[in-house]
Design a protein around this ligand. Structure first.
Ligand code: NAD
Ligand code: ZN
Length: 251
């Protein structure tokens, strides 16, 4: 399933960065970005819902979409790929840098995950940035397309917004710096299930490569990562990762 040169490269690595994207969670039933708009959401472009302009224009529509996604996430489970990474991390200090806003790495047992694009289960005030704790996600999925009124900030009464990084927004400085540090100080990047088109996250393999690291990609399809990767494993993450972890003797 994974060639000897790839396994030997992984075995020889001393500092590994796992760089994950939406494809890793696809087999948990969380669709990748372009597939994420089902039912009534299909009439919208993801960039129309995931932006501060969209939230300013129609906060109830955007909050409804995020509550729907949060509820679906609560019903999903980490898959064999997340679990293999967590097992690996029990034996070896992998650095996990994810673009995913889900919590499936953590629910599989991984720790110290750098979330470059924030967290679906966090929220803060759209004006004064005060954090707002969210109650558990709704047990039943709200109907697709349902508008839901966002909570109001306890300090300034403005709308609370999802704790994710939207299109057109800068990343949280500390997360970006942690990701750059990890990339520039590793000798191997495993890019898993990412199309490599959302910037600046997509630069992680490039930053690593500039400092001499090797890049291995796990993705059943071609992606923008192809041009920077030394090896491509064209298979699903949930199949390949348990195989690698077993070959390393870590499960
Ligand atoms: P993307 O949707 O742009 O690309 C997903 C990639 O995963 C594709 O290249 C696809 O070929 C690959 N893929 C699909 N199934 C796979 C599998 N089983 N195993 C391995 N690879 C598989 O995702 P992205 O690059 O992460 O960027 C999209 C943006 O959307 C990110 O900013 C992210 O925050 C957001 N997003 C997050 C989630 C999540 O948190 N789970 C879901 C959707 C979108
Ligand atoms: Zn406020």
């Amino acid at each position: 399933m994974v060639s000897e040169p790839i396994l030997n490269t992984i075995k020889a690595a001393r500092r590994i960065v796992v760089f994950s994207g939406a494809g890793l969670s696809a087999e948990s039933g969380i669709p990748t970005f372009r597939d994420d708009l089902v039912g009534l959401w299909q009439q919208y472009d993801p960039e129309e819902l995931a932006s501060s302009e969209a939230f300013a224009k129609d906060p109830e529509l955007v909050w409804g979409w995020y509550e729907w996604r949060r509820s679906r996430l609560a019903q999903a489970q980490p898959n064999a790929g997340h679990i293999a990474i967590a097992q690996w991390q029990q034996h070896y200090p992998l650095t996990i840098v994810t673009q995913n806003v889900d919590n499936l790495h953590e629910r599989a047992g991984s720790y110290s995950v750098i979330h470059m694009h924030g967290d679906l289960n966090k929220a803060y005030c759209s004006q004064c940035k005060h954090p707002h704790p969210l109650v558990a996600a709704p047990a039943n999925l709200p109907p697709e397309g349902a508008r839901i009124q966002p909570p109001q900030c306890e300090l300034c009464q403005n709308w609370v917004r999802p704790g994710v990084v939207w299109f057109g927004e800068s990343l949280i400085d500390a997360d970006l710096r942690a990701a750059i540090y990890a990339a520039e100080n590793c000798d191997l990047v495993l890019a898993i299930g990412t199309s490599g088109v959302v910037q600046p996250a997509a630069l992680i393999p490039y930053w690593a490569k500039e400092k001499g690291a090797i890049v291995i990609q796990i993705n059943p399809n071609e992606s923008a990562i192809d041009v920077v990767s030394d090896f491509n494993v064209r298979q699903s993450a949930a199949k390949v990762l348990p195989f690698i972890v077993q070959a390393m003797g870590y499960n």
